[in-house]
Design a protein around this ligand. Structure first.
Ligand code: MGD
Ligand code: MGD
Ligand code: MO
Length: 665
């Protein structure tokens, strides 16, 4: 390859992913020819993941939205191309109309999440906040319970750099599937194994990660808190736990609590043999340091927060925190905190838990929501409580979706606004696990008439202020660069070792100065100590019944980030593939490739059977966002989990605490 013929620009994959990869785009004659991992940045992966083919084809795909469009009757498919002026004019008039009718800006609602986590995409929030108090979503479906758990225990969310895993002797991959969801951490896991670490996967599904591990524990869904407690009880009985430390608050009560636990109940809850538990206890006792990676899948349960807290305690009490090769990695939110001026945050926003969106919106009456703006979000595929979403939809006077494709959500909207990709405008991106901070440069001009969310905010601000001066205070006059200058002032840049953000054009940087989380056991809690959670009196566990005999687990798929699979729709199956063990299938007269109906109290879903004898007989597995029709969330009511409000503003969601039944179609 002759580099001379290409213009090379720097990018960060801005999707919601553990890896947040630095990338290079090679452009020739105004067209991106190919993208690669940023081999010029130390520590960045040279190769991108297998999803990267879609990243580039997204830019040039024939189905990409290139012009604003208006749908004549919502859901009719009767679309008309309109100009930006017309689109913005319709929206601006509706905003002013609602404001006048309700004497309030609260009927305006923004639902935005994770299509692109770029900093300047927060112009959506900024534009809304500039209008007055509006209705907006808060919280996250990813990791709220675990975030709060670690906030309570350690005082914050810090991950150790995965390169340090070479110091581990034992690694527990607990409810996480990095072979699919974080593939660029796999080399660090392989390197650790080369250096002698044993790897254990704990997951109800025998995932690809499990197939690469030394040991695999097939745990009953939602029973991890019971497992952690069992391990703690037995390690304590063997004198393998710390019994004295001035770094731990609540240690004595915790240890006393352990002695009072009825282990037989825990054993029944986890549905494992005594031997398996003892084997794990032996592994933990004999291997130090032990690193635990507690995944997001693990805490998508009613007591997800408690589960992570007990896992933190397991690590702390076996003296594995703050040392090379130890620690509990979950998510890193402290590495680098941007001020987010662009959001123009205010304290009178009416926030709605993103995980209870439709349910809560229906209850908002004074005033109700009438305009919904959706950005970076595919509600009709990814959200829960879809029955309620149907009901809610009828009451909305205008639905605007800004997206790259005509997603199921865009198809249910009145106006769609076509947005740019990470190759068509300037932005800054920072991840939540790998501690990267990097830039998205403009490699090519926006395709068609696409615009960035920031540019859309500018257009709307101008038009609103033309029609009714003073309506919006969004600083639409600032250029992209000026926005970044405000977000990354010199003092902030110096604190992470760069002079200014422009330096990121030379390569992404890692923003965490310390490779080991909580090194020296200096915690960020109010008293500087690790806080042991109280021993729980009750463990909540969902159990299958005759009526609803299967757990319904819907984790993240290999070949798409959430529902972002627009460029591969042709290759997908018509309906979700329903994986289940052949034995319960045959009992119900089901054969492979047959169409089936899954149902529960929340709804119905058509699927196609695929036998998988590695599954527990009481588990049905469907990957989220990976079929042409139907979403697994038709069966998900979105029960809230135990923690999340403290750090993310709202509780998390028990996405995997769902029971279903199955029959032939
Ligand atoms: N390829 C790909 N990568 C992605 C994404 C994607 O969609 N595709 N999405 C990104 C996003 S938004 C997120 S939040 C992360 C999520 O990535 P992960 O943290 O890996 O989370 P999940 O895929 O939700 O679940 C991980 C594992 O948890 C298991 N699990 C479910 N319930 C339990 C339980 O009760 N106990 C235990 N021990 N395990 C359980 C599931 O079977 C699954 O194998 O991945 C990111 N990366
Ligand atoms: N059953 C079940 N449901 C789940 C999950 C699960 O494990 N099981 N996981 C949950 C989790 S962890 C998550 S994170 C959510 C993800 O749910 P969402 O945040 O809705 O994520 P995506 O499906 O990636 O959809 C994002 C949309 O943003 C668009 N987009 C991309 N870039 C831009 C941009 O620059 N501007 C604008 N305006 N739009 C853009 C994309 O084209 C895409 O259509 O799903 C949740 N839902
Ligand atoms: Mo997520």
């Amino acid at each position: 390859m002759n580099r001379q013929t290409y213009t090379i620009t720097r990018h960060m994959c801005p999707r919601n992913c553990y890896d947040s990869c630095p990338m290079l785009a090679y452009t020739s004659h105004g067209r991106i020819d190919h993208i690669t991992g940023d081999s010029l940045t130390p520590g960045a992966a040279k190769q991108l993941c297998s999803k990267s083919n879609q990243i580039l084809s997204t830019v040039y795909h024939k189905d990409r939205l290139l012009y604003p469009m208006l749908q004549h009757e919502r859901g009719s498919g009767h679309w008309q191309r309109i100009s930006w002026d017309t689109a913005i004019d319709i929206i601006a008039h509706k905003i002013l109309d609602l404001k006048e009718r309700f004497h309030s800006t609260l009927p305006l609602c923004l639902n935005k999440y994770s299509g692109n986590f770029g900093l300047l995409r927060n112009a959506c929030e900024g534009m809304f906040n500039s209008l007055g108090p509006t209705t907006q979503t808060i919280g996250t479906p990813c990791f709220s319970s675990g975030i709060d758990a670690q906030k309570l225990d350690f005082g914050g969310n810090v991950t150790s750099q995965t390169q340090g895993l070479v110091n581990s002797k034992l690694i527990l991959l607990w409810g996480v599937n990095p072979a699919w969801t974080a593939i660029h951490t796999m080399p660090a896991l392989y390197a650790a194994r080369e250096c002698g670490a044993k790897i254990v996967v704990i997951d109800p599904i025998r995932t690809e990660t499990a197939s690469k591990a030394d040991y695999y524990i097939q745990l009953r869904p939602g029973s991890d808190a019971a497992l952690a407690l069992l391990l703690l009880c037995r390690l304590y009985a063997r004198h393998d736990l710390i019994t004295e430390s001035n770094k731990i608050k609540g240690l004595e009560e915790f240890l006393t609590g352990l002695t009072k636990i009825d282990q037989s109940k825990l054993l029944a809850a986890v549905d494992q043999t005594d031997e398996t538990i003892d084997f794990l206890v032996e592994l933990i006792a004999a291997h130090h340091p032990m690193h635990i990676w507690a995944g997001f899948g693990l805490q998508r349960h009613l007591q997800g927060g408690l589960t992570i807290r007990l896992i933190d305690a397991l690590s702390m009490l076996t003296n594995n925190i703050g040392i090379a090769g130890g620690g509990v990695n979950f998510a890193d939110r402290e590495a680098f905190q941007l001020p987010y001026f662009i959001k123009q945050c205010r304290d009178d926003t009416r926030f709605v838990n993103i995980n209870q969106f439709s349910h809560t919106l229906q209850t908002l009456k004074d005033p109700p929501v009438r305009l919904l703006w959706i950005a970076c979000r595919n509600l009709w595929s990814q959200d829960v409580g879809l029955q309620e979403l149907h009901a809610l939809w009828q009451n909305l006077e205008l639905i605007v979706t800004a997206d790259k494709f005509l997603t199921p959500t865009a198809q249910m909207s009145d106006i769609v606004l076509p947005v740019t990709t990470e190759f068509e405008d300037l932005d800054i991106y920072t991840g939540y696990f790998q501690q990267w901070l990097g830039i998205n440069e403009r490699a090519i001009p926006p395709q068609g008439e696409t615009k960035s969310d920031l540019e859309i905010a500018r257009l709307l601000t101008h038009r609103l202020n033309e029609l009714a001066p003073g309506t919006s205070t969004f600083p639409a006059h600032l250029t992209d660069e000026e926005f970044l200058d405000r977000e990354l002032p010199e003092s902030l840049c110096l604190s992470i070792g760069i002079k200014n953000w422009r330096q990121l054009r030379k390569g992404a940087i890692k923003v965490r100065p310390t490779p080991i989380a909580w090194e020296g056991q200096h915690f960020a809690t109010d008293d500087g100590k690790f806080h042991c959670c109280p021993i729980p009196q009750n463990l909540v566990q969902l159990l299958p019944s005759e009526e609803m005999p299967f757990y319904f687990i819907t984790p993240h798929a290999q070949q798409n980030i959430n529902s972002q699979i627009h460029t591969r729709l042709k290759e997908l199956s018509e309906y979700p593939i329903v994986y289940l063990h052949p034995q319960p299938a045959k009992q119900r007269g089901l054969s492979e490739s047959q169409q089936v109906i899954l149902w529960n109290q929340y709804g119905k879903l058509t699927g196609i059977v695929c036998f998988d004898s590695s599954l527990p007989p009481d588990v049905i597995l469907c990957y989220q966002g990976s079929s042409k029709h139907g979403t697994v969330n038709a069966l998900n009511g979105g029960r809230v989990s135990d923690l999340g409000s403290l750090s993310t503003g709202a509780p998390g969601v028990a996405l995997y605490d769902v029971l279903v039944n199955i029959r032939r179609k």
